[in-house]
Design a protein around this ligand. Sequence first.
Ligand code: ATP
Ligand code: MG
Length: 395
Amino acid sequence: MRRINFQSELRSVFKEIGQIARKLGYSVYIVGGPVRDILLGRSFQDVDVVCVGNAVKLAKVFSRRVKGEFIYRRRYPNATVKWNNSAKVDFVSARSEVYPKNRIGLPRIRRTKDLLIDLNRRDFTVNAIAVDLNPGTFGNLYDPFNGLLDCQKKLIRVLHPNSFKEDPTRIFRAIRFSMELSFQIEENTKKLLNRDLKFLKQLSQARLWKEIKICLNDGSDVLNYLKKFGVLRVLNFSYPGQGFLERVDVGSIQFDVNPVNTLILALIEKKPARCYSFERSFIQQINYVREINNKALRNIEVVHKLFKLEDYSLLFLFARYPKNSIIIENFFDNREKLKPELNGEDIKKLGVNESPEIGKLMKRIIEGRWIGKISGRNEEVDLVERYLGGKDVSW
Ligand code: ATP
Ligand code: MG
């Protein structure tokens, strides 16, 4: 039996979890990410614990012991304990999963007393290894699918041929792990992945976008992988070529913007926004971005529209239309100076009736600042007074 030697800090936390479980009459193991990362000599942040018994109860007692925060999720049910600002442990009860036969959907879940059954429901061999935390057997490695060997060979391998069909989100997980860990997807697994790509189309929008966002959090390069494995093709997604991803990377650093939503804008650029169940505010951004297209950006009339854009949308325009990148860069650098000092109320007080004219005057002020004709409040007031005096205020 192979044993794992934990580094000292973790060792005492894991021993504690094992002892609490023993008192409650449960047995307990760590599984998945942390085991894989220990075997690979990588650092990790989140710990996944599987409990043969009531994981929520175990988590509750553990949270009191470490004076941590206890987060309960009723749906599964499971719980997370956070403490010391960074450490985080997810507690899940050992379970079996039975997937619906004729459609893609969530599995029927049952508690199990058998660790092997729990490992059997997992995604890849390298994630189906458990380390015993129970007193007496502490540190023992359970590796029924030869995950350790696959760690050494650097391979992502499914546990059974129906894995991707049962849960097509595993397709994203396989690609993401292969990228994050610099592993290859094992040949037969690759064939199965390819065979079952079509099931991605049956995922609910919510599950699909959740996975895409997790992938995009790894950086823009993941899109090249999703393309390579045919995922973008079956989902009818594409992204602009010719250096677009590189410009997103450069811009996200230059303007300090998280590029996840920028990349989503790119994926759905050519599709009607109503196809997706995004939040209203995001749909609005999609529409704004489409309004401000390549051509319009050269026109000063469009500058006020840039204020409606979130940073990720500005980054999209920056990367999408290289000819306009200087304008966007300018906007990022100067937008504080472009903001009018007067607001709608002030303009009303100066004597303009409540009407769309107020909005138009605000736009003229922004344009004036953009072309350097206005730099302060007095000049803004001048413009309003010129308007009230019946003069033309366009630039
Ligand atoms: P990470 O380092 O990204 O946290 P992880 O392997 O711990 O990697 P999690 O998403 O935290 O991944 O999931 C924990 C474990 O739960 C996985 O290792 C795997 O055993 C199992 N798991 C998660 N999602 C699935 C899934 N869709 N199908 C099967 N098993 C899954
Ligand atoms: Mg994890």
